[in-house]
Design a protein around this ligand. Structure first.
Ligand SMILES: [Zn+2]
Length: 324
């Protein structure tokens, strides 16, 4: 009996100690949280900074899939889509034998443009510097050069501040070659143009490549890959939803990229200006690398036309399905 009483006393003592410990840690947690909240609410500077970060597009999403769905379903409204054929005459992108990426991106963009126009729900523009294109971007880019520069500088300043405060991780290197200065200016210009003109989706059309020693030799990787903004950026959620849906449609006819850094098919990027590096894109933006530049089906005119048709259909179908 005595032994049992001693045992119960010991258990009771242990229970009391344990409850005290739990009470203390809960108390400390509440105190700590309260202090943090007080610190933030008292620190007006922090609050101003926080507002500036939100203003620069951080911490809040700038687009929602439901508002895109609403526009898509509305009988009188149309989704504004900006198509960006990758590269320029001066900077033609990937090269394989005598084929240049820029020629393929323009060809595919033209086909996408025509097919989107046939869709009742899409209002589409092409952003490029080639004269003949139907778009408002070219004059915007020529006239608003200083505006674009100021925009780029402001966004870069904010992202540097955030990195210094460790609120945003250090940028990592992408598998892509860093954009040359003139291409960088063009891409920041496109982001600024899309933000200012209320576009709903920006699609960048590309064909992939990786450093090869001989441009006349086909490389080893093949397949499609889509790049979307990193999740810290304000246009990330909708971009990811739509990109996943396009990837699913492309997968019907094509394989995901065999490049080890692209095997997920849809890849998030902090670095690519086209999808909004330094949070410069409020509009959902996706870079589509439809295939590697040297893949055989791109190099006969007949098969290329057929392939481009299926790529166009997959792109439009992917967007449509993400909104239904
Ligand atoms: Zn490219």
């Amino acid at each position: 009996m005595k032994v049992r009483a001693r045992y119960y006393a010991r258990v009771k003592k242990k229970l009391i100690l344990l409850s005290l410990l739990i009470l203390c840690s809960v108390g400390f947690g509440i105190f700590h949280k309260f202090n943090k909240a007080k610190e933030f609410s008292l620190n007006q500077n922090s609050r101003n900074d926080f507002e500036r970060y939100i203003d620069a597009g951080y911490f809040l999403q700038s687009a929602s899939l439901s508002s895109l769905e609403e526009t898509y379903l509305h009988p009188e409204k149309k989704l504004r889509i900006l198509l960006v054929p990758g590269h320029t005459n001066d900077s033609p992108g990937a090269i394989y034998k005598d084929s240049k990426e820029v020629d393929f991106t323009f060809e595919l963009t033209e086909q996408l443009y025509k097919s989107f126009l046939k869709e009742g729900w899409a209002d589409v523009e092409i952003a490029s510097l080639r004269n003949e294109d139907v778009n408002g971007f070219r004059s915007f880019f020529i006239e608003k050069g200083s505006d674009i520069e100021a925009f780029e500088k402001y966004q870069k300043g904010i992202s540097e501040e955030l990195r210094n405060r460790l609120l945003v991780e250090e940028m990592e290197e992408d598998n892509h070659v860093t954009a040359k200065r003139d291409i960088a200016e063009l891409l920041y210009g496109i982001n600024h143009y899309a933000n200012k003109n209320d576009f709903d989706i920006v699609l960048h059309i590309h064909f992939n490549d990786y450093p090869r020693s001989d441009i006349n030799e086909a490389g080893v990787f093949s397949g499609y890959a889509l790049y979307v903004p990193d999740s810290i950026f304000s246009n990330s959620e909708v971009s990811l939803e739509i990109a996943n849906s396009i990837a699913q449609e492309l997968a019907v006819n094509y394989a995901t990229s065999s490049h080890p850094l692209e095997n997920k098919g849809v890849i998030e990027s902090k670095e690519l200006i086209a999808v909004g590096a330094h949070n410069t894109a409020r509009t959902p933006a996706i870079v589509i690398e439809y295939a590697y530049i040297y893949e055989p089906f791109l190099h006969s005119v007949i098969s290329r036309q057929e392939v481009f048709e299926t790529m166009v259909d997959a792109t439009i179908e992917g967007i449509r399905k993400s909104l239904e």
